[in-house]
Design a protein. Structure first.
Length: 318
C-alpha cells in the first residue's frame, strides 16, 4: 500500500506540477508528498524530478516511468470497476455442486426455473455425493447433508431429513399393517451401500437401528444391496422388499402411488440438508440471489429448516 500510494502521489505531482498541489489533491501536506517521492527514488536508484526553488521538472527517466505508472494505475482502476460491477450484478459464472439424488429430484427443477429468470448467470453444475473441498475446487455453492466442520464456510439449513419406510402396493397386500420394529427381520430389504466407505446405511426407527439381522440369524443374506438412492425406490416398486428412503427420494414415488408408506417417518438428529457457500464479507449478488431463490422455492414446496413434506402425513419417530 505504501508503494501504491507513493505512485499515486508521484502521478499527482506530475499532473499538477508541484508537491503542494499534489498534497491538496490527497488532503495531506507537501512534506509528505516530497518524502514519498524521495523514498520512491531511493528504491529505484533513479532521479525522477529535477528540483529547484522555482520549478519541479521531470527527468527523462521520470517521464518514461510516469507513462508506465499512469498505465498501470488506469488498468488497476478499470479492473476494480469491472470486479465491483461483476460482484454487484446478477450475472457471471456460478459453480454449483449437488448431491446426486437430492440434486436431481429437488434442485434441478428449481435451478431450471432460476436460470430462466436469471439468464445472465452462467451455471456450472456438478453432481457428487462425496464432500468436496469448495475452496480448493472454486465451488460457489454446494448442497450437502450432515454436519458442517469447515469454519471457512457458511451453512444454512434447508430442511431435516425424514426417513420413510415404503413398499410396493402389491407387497402391502401380503403383509400386516401397521409395520413395527419387531417385523423388520421378517422382511427382505433394499439397502443402501455408501460408495466411499462400503458400509450399509442402517434402517432407522424410533426404538433401534436395524442393521440387517434376519430372524434366522443369517445377517441379511436375502437383502438387495444398491449404491444409488433412486435404484432403491425402483427395486422397492418392483416388489423386491421393503426399503427406507430419505423424504426427497420417497416423495414422487409416494405421491404417484407407486410406493406406499408402511411406518411412521424417522428423523435422524445428525441428518439435515444444508446449502453452503464460502464465508465472504462481500458475497456476490449472483450467489445471494441463487441461495435466496432455492430457500424460497423449497419453502413453497413445504420444505423448511424444521419440516419436510413428510411431516404433513406422519408423526415423527423421535
Amino acid at each position: 500500500m505504501d508503494k501504491y500510494r507513493a505512485l499515486e502521489l508521484f502521478i499527482a505531482t506530475v499532473d499538477r506540477g508541484s508537491f503542494a498541489a499534489a498534497a491538496r489533491q490527497f488532503a495531506t501536506d507537501p512534506s509528505t508528498v516530497s518524502k514519498a517521492i524521495k523514498r520512491l527514488e531511493s528504491q529505484l536508484g533513479l532521479r525522477l524530478f529535477q528540483r529547484s526553488t522555482r520549478e519541479l521538472r521531470l527527468t527523462p527517466v521520470g517521464s518514461q516511468y510516469a507513462d508506465t505508472v499512469r498505465c498501470l494505475i488506469s488498468q488497476l482502476s478499470d479492473c476494480e470497476d469491472e470486479l465491483k460491477i461483476d460482484n454487484e450484478s446478477p450475472g457471471g459464472l456460478l459453480r454449483v455442486n449437488l448431491p446426486v439424488s437430492y440434486g436431481r429430484l429437488y434442485m434441478l427443477p428449481i435451478i431450471c426455473e432460476f436460470q430462466q429468470q436469471y439468464s445472465n448467470i452462467q451455471l456450472d453444475i456438478s453432481f457428487d455425493d462425496a464432500h468436496v473441498d469448495m475452496i480448493s475446487q472454486s465451488i460457489d455453492v454446494s448442497v450437502r447433508s450432515g454436519r458442517l466442520n469447515d469454519s471457512r464456510l457458511v451453512a444454512q439449513r434447508l430442511s431435516p431429513i425424514d426417513f420413510v419406510i415404503c413398499a410396493a402396493p402389491e407387497y402391502v397386500k401380503k403383509i400386516t399393517l401397521p409395520l413395527t420394529e419387531n417385523d423388520f427381520p421378517l422382511h427382505r430389504w433394499i439397502r443402501f451401500r455408501f460408495k466411499q466407505t462400503g458400509k450399509l446405511l442402517p434402517i432407522f426407527s424410533s426404538a433401534l437401528l436395524y442393521n440387517g439381522e434376519a430372524a434366522s440369524g443369517d445377517k441379511g443374506s436375502q437383502d438387495v444391496i444398491v449404491d444409488d438412492g433412486e435404484a432403491m425406490a425402483q427395486c422397492c416398486a418392483a416388489g423386491l422388499g421393503l426399503t427406507q428412503l430419505p423424504h426427497f427420494i420417497a416423495r414422487s414415488w409416494v405421491e404417484s402411488g407407486k410406493l406406499v408408506t408402511v411406518s411412521k417417518a424417522y428423523r435422524s438428529e445428525d441428518q439435515d440438508v444444508f446449502i453452503i457457500y464460502p464465508q465472504r464479507e462481500f458475497l456476490p449478488v449472483r450467489t445471494r440471489r441463487f441461495v435466496d431463490y432455492i430457500k424460497d422455492r423449497l419453502t413453497r414446496m413445504g420444505e423448511t429448516p424444521s419440516q419436510t413434506w413428510a411431516n404433513k402425513i406422519f408423526s415423527s419417530g423421535n
